[in-house]
Write a protein that binds this ligand. Structure first.
Ligand SMILES: Nc1ncnc2c1ncn2[C@@H]1O[C@H](COP(=O)(O)OP(=O)(O)OP(=O)(O)O)[C@@H](O)[C@H]1O
Ligand SMILES: CCCCCCCCCCCCC/C=C/[C@@H](O)[C@H](CO)NC(=O)CCCCC
Ligand SMILES: [Ca+2]
Length: 583
């Protein structure tokens, strides 16, 4: 049977006989028993077909073609569980179909390809790919060429690949070069590489729209091009929080089928204008200190964060600050509601209608005439002042392998809000408990010294007088220092404020740390600690401490679909159970 996008015939898979049916949206094949009775059906949505090839073809681990003229091979998305409760691993499913004639084989390949064009029109045709050869374990190039490029080739996507030679090359390229003809931009690297693409694309879009990024009150234009992330970094938080797994093949398949996940972005401003954008973590105090410390140990690779986290925990710091925030509408959602933002999230879908009321979707906004000046900054600001272990703002859950539920497990990827987490100064064991809960399912906000607020904007400033202070008395544990050491400590400059006090100074031959060989003692021997921390903005240290940050709902879109709930989606293991399945 044949119509424009429909086809049905008998096929063989191995030695078994099947009835294959293409119905436009769906391609399925049902095993027939000897009496031609239906047994089990395997069903693949056309939107998840990756490619169709004549002959017996293999793609991964390497390409092999045997152009048998009565065989065609269909490649599609196949899901499997990761073993953890959320996030599904996608692999390349492959089935070789034999048919009685070459004519029928050609009909199948023609119809399947036509169905792909008609029912999966959002797929990218041309991509700009940036590879950071030094990200994470320095495997970016290998990951791309061995795992990703063959899949893009199979899917008929043409790629312009740039292996970066310096930091910020990708960002500068996007800001300066004409991107006409590219449907999306892919980065092979970690969160730092993603951040480059984010800055390049947001900047380029505002330039084209004639909007000033430095103006905090301006409604920024959403970026028309999608961003794809092939994870090859140290933390890969954005990938993990939007796909649910860190796996280059899974991410490549999301790109190929043209998945779309909008993402909120925070702009961070200081008095003179825009400083940076952030999606995963804008953190002052502990997370700022960990990042600053880790930069000194880049040679350790991904382990640098564990080392620096331990060091900074042991230095037991807290910082004075004034935090002001603009609460989001509490009727819409709450950071303590114990829900999770999963694929197809209804809170995010409703937000799309709220954020873009005059369009049926965010994608049709690019030439629109919505209000240039946002009302998002209107409302009652709340002010709190005190000493904090850390102040963090995140637009998404920021889950990552270290923290599978993330900094704020109920945060939403695309609801136009961020979660502000305030951890007040507390005793070391209390703070350890808070940190430890990030690694489990226990609620890290259910602690007396922790607050979380769903917000639209946040301002941070130092209490009067603190701007000038470099160090402050922390009292108590400093007994062992002589006058000479104190005098020296008081003269060190703020520029290196992340170093241990007793560990600094020109001409000092041996620091306390080196003398004792014990980093813990060094943390305890100081009578003074830095009065200010730094901001960690998605893994970059900000040049300013007093900042104002605002959430821009759904400013960019990723080739992703949010985290698929493993419990709700059939996995390929289920095939054995013999029912109708979506693979
Ligand atoms: N060719 C290059 N040489 C040096 N630095 C580069 C180069 N290309 C990109 N970078 C910079 O390297 C930084 C880190 O890269 P990336 O994010 O890929 O890896 P990572 O830091 O290991 O991972 P993560 O950000 O997930 O912790 C980025 O901020 C990027 O600007
Ligand atoms: C006792 C066990 C303690 C375990 C504590 C685990 C807490 C984990 C929270 C992780 C939050 C990650 C947020 C994402 C940050 C990224 O934008 C950024 C760039 O990659 N990474 C870092 O700054 C790296 C910062 C790393 C901070 C630890
Ligand atoms: Ca959000």
């Amino acid at each position: 049977m044949e119509t424009d996008l429909q086809l049905e015939s008998t096929v063989w898979v191995g030695s078994k006989i099947y009835r294959a049916v293409l119905t436009g949206w769906q391609f399925n094949w049902t095993e027939l028993d000897k009496k031609n009775r239906d047994k089990k059906t395997i069903s693949v949505p056309v939107a998840e077909v990756v490619g169709v090839e004549e002959g017996r073809v293999e793609i991964l681990p390497q390409k092999l073609i045997d152009d048998t003229d009565k065989v065609f091979t269909v490649f599609y998305v196949k899901r499997s569980s990761t073993g953890s409760s959320y996030g599904l691993l996608w692999t390349l499913g492959r089935t070789q179909f034999s048919v009685p004639s070459r004519v029928l084989r050609d009909q199948w390949t023609k119809h399947l390809r036509a169905a792909l064009k008609t029912h999966s029109p959002v797929r990218p045709n041309r991509l700009l790919v940036f590879i950071n050869p030094y990200g994470g374990k320095k495997k970016g190039r290998k990951i791309y060429h061995s795992l990703v490029a063959p899949l893009f080739e199979l899917a008929g996507i043409s790629c312009h690949v740039i292996v970066t030679e310096r930091a910020n090359q990708a960002r500068d390229h996007l800001l300066k070069k004409d991107l006409t003809g590219f449907d999306g931009v892919v980065c092979v690297g970690g969160d730092g590489m993603f951040s480059e693409i984010l800055h390049g694309l947001i900047g380029q879009t505002q330039q084209e729209a004639g909007l000033c990024e430095n103006d905090l009150t301006v409604t920024l234009q959403p970026c028309p091009r999608h961003i794809g992330i092939i994870p090859a970094g140290s933390t890969d938080c954005v990938c993990y929080a939007t796909v649910g797994v860190i796996d280059p093949v899974t991410s490549a398949l999301h790109i190929i089928i043209g998945d779309s996940q909008p993402l909120d972005v925070c702009s961070v401003h200081q008095a003179s204008g825009l400083v940076r954008y952030s999606v995963s973590l804008l953190g002052y105090g502990f997370y700022g200190d960990v990042l600053a410390e880790s930069e000194k140990h880049r040679w350790m690779g991904p382990l640098r964060y564990d080392y620096s986290g331990t060091m900074m925990y042991l230095s037991n710091r807290s910082y004075a600050g004034i935090v002001q925030y603009l609460p989001a509408d509490p009727l819409l959602s709450s950071p303590r509601d114990r829900t999770r933002c999963l694929s197809g999230c209804s809170v995010c879908s409703r937000s799309t209608e709220r954020l873009f009321p005059h369009s049926s979707d965010a994608g049709s906004l690019y030439s629109s005439h919505y209000n240039q000046f946002s009302s998002d900054l209107e409302g009652e600001w709340v002010t709190v002042e005190g000493r904090f272990r850390c102040v963090s703002l995140t637009c998404m859950s920021s889950s990552c392998p270290k923290s599978p539920l993330g900094l704020s497990p109920s945060a939403h990827l695309a609801d136009g809000t961020g979660d502000l987490i305030l951890v007040w100064d507390t005793h070391p064991l209390g703070f350890l408990k808070f940190l430890y809960r990030h690694t489990s399912t226990e609620d890290q906000f259910d602690l007396p010294f922790v607050e979380v607020h769903r917000v639209k904007a946040v301002r941070f400033s130092l209490p009067p007088g603190k701007e000038e202070e470099e160090y402050e008395e922390i009292g108590g544990l400093s007994g062992g220092m002589d006058e000479e050491e104190r005098g020296y400590i008081e003269t060190v400059s703020r520029s290196g404020s992340q170093q241990h006090l007793a560990d600094r100074g020109p001409g000092r031959e041996m620091t306390n740390l080196q003398k004792t060989g014990n980093p813990f003692l060094c943390g305890l021997c100081c009578s003074k600690a830095p009065a200010v921390s730094v901001w960690n903005c998605d893994g970059e240290i900000l040049p300013s401490i007093e900042i104002l940050s605002r959430v821009h709902g759904q400013l960019v879109r990723l080739y992703a679909r949010g985290i698929e709930d493993g419990a709700a989606v059939h996995c390929s293991e289920d095939i054995e159970r013999g029912c109708t399945l979506q693979i």
